[in-house]
Design a protein around this ligand. Structure first.
Ligand code: UDP
Length: 258
């Protein structure tokens, strides 16, 4: 039987500034975004960011059950962040954990400012986040993907939301931390922004940072979010072109077989 053990590296960054996964300090992990992957959902999206694999489905605005939760002047945004039992090295219990409840709240608060909730009073917008494989920074990857799924659902938005976590690792400020850097680094700072409005919708801070390190970290996080935003735009454009092609094909078929 093969038992895979978590290897704790002696150093998280070499003297040449190379990280455990071969990246330079200010580099994002290879990131792939896809929009419109689930037929049944109103909107959906998928991300692979390094070894992270996360799927998001959006339903709504729709009738809200139980009704007493309805808000008279706006929609209720509900986020459900779930980690599959097999998504991490040590099996996660399928029961909802405190961490999942907390991350669901953090993700909801990061997305809320971007949505015109006031246009859909008394309804619910439900965002289901399924982490299939986790490798650090999943709350940020979830926010990035959920924003795309909301846009895919046609929900009116002020802006997208783009997120990434920076960290302090062996004294270096690094972009987009992986699981090892998250676990054995000195601190992390998950950040989300509305990129066009230039507003921060999430910032958390863990570990000890000097004011100078915080400044550097924050600036790097904003740059990282802007790169993520470009990838989101490209993913939405690909989806739009796909829909347009599909519609043209359907029209052609109808014209041929009236
Ligand atoms: N993690 C894990 N087991 C768990 C929860 C998390 O191995 O039960 C790992 C997973 O890779 C996750 C990382 O720890 O991405 C960091 O988790 P954290 O709570 O800091 O949230 P995240 O960085 O994913 O937003």
């Amino acid at each position: 039987m093969k038992i895979i053990k978590h290897e704790i590296p002696e150093k998280l960054i070499t003297e040449d500034g190379i990280r455990t996964d071969g990246r330079k300090p200010h580099e994002l992990r290879p990131t792939k975004l896809e929009v419109g992957i689930l037929k049944r959902a109103d909107g959906s999206a998928y991300i692979e960011q390094g070894k992270n694999k996360i799927m998001v489905a959006v339903y709504g605005p729709r009738e809200l059950h139980p009704r007493h939760l309805a808000i008279p002047d706006r929609a209720l945004l509900r986020c459900f962040y779930r980690m599959a039992s097999f998504s991490v090295q040590e099996r996660k219990s399928p029961a909802p954990s405190r961490r999942e409840i907390e991350l669901s709240k953090v993700i909801r608060e990061a997305l809320e400012p971007a949505i015109f909730l006031e246009r859909f009073p008394k309804t619910a917008i439900d965002v289901f986040i399924e982490v299939l494989q986790a490798d650090g920074g999943t709350r940020c990857a979830s926010i990035t993907t959920a924003a795309l799924a909301l846009a895919d659902a046609g929900i009116p938005m002020r802006d997208l939301v783009s997120a990434v976590a920076v960290g302090k690792v062996d004294g270096h400020i690094v972009l987009d931390i992986n699981d090892l850097e998250d676990k054995y680094g000195e601190g992390d700072m998950p950040t989300a922004i509305m990129p066009r409005k230039k507003e921060v919708t999430l910032i958390q801070l863990d570990g000890r940072w000097t004011p100078e390190e915080f400044k550097q970290g924050f600036e790097l996080a904003i740059k990282g979010c802007e790169q993520i935003y470009q990838l989101q735009r490209e993913a939405l454009k690909r989806r739009y072109l796909e829909i347009r092609e599909q519609a043209a094909k359907e029209m052609e078929e109808r014209a041929e077989n009236p």
